[in-house]
Write a protein that binds this ligand. Structure first.
Ligand SMILES: [Zn+2]
Length: 71
């Protein structure tokens, strides 16, 4: 389940939708004009998750002095 942000290809309206399945994502339409061609925007939630993931990939920050396996 994810809150995603979209922009309508027709009228340019932006809106958020709570997506619970890929099937639901395929049925997203513009609330303003009903257009089905909507573009998914990079949400703030996705950006926050990406930065957290990057921090984890950098390791524990010990510089190789503990048992985390980082050299
Ligand atoms: Zn629209």
């Amino acid at each position: 389940m994810a809150l995603r942000e979209y922009r309508c290809a027709k009228c340019g309206a932006t809106f958020e939708r709570l997506i619970r399945s890929t099937d639901e994502e395929r049925r997203v339409t513009c609330p303003e004009c009903g257009e089905r061609r909507v573009r998914r925007l990079i949400s703030r939630f996705t950006a926050a998750g990406a930065s957290r993931g990057q921090a984890a990939a950098d390791g524990c920050g010990c510089g190789g002095s503990c048992a985390c396996g980082r050299r």
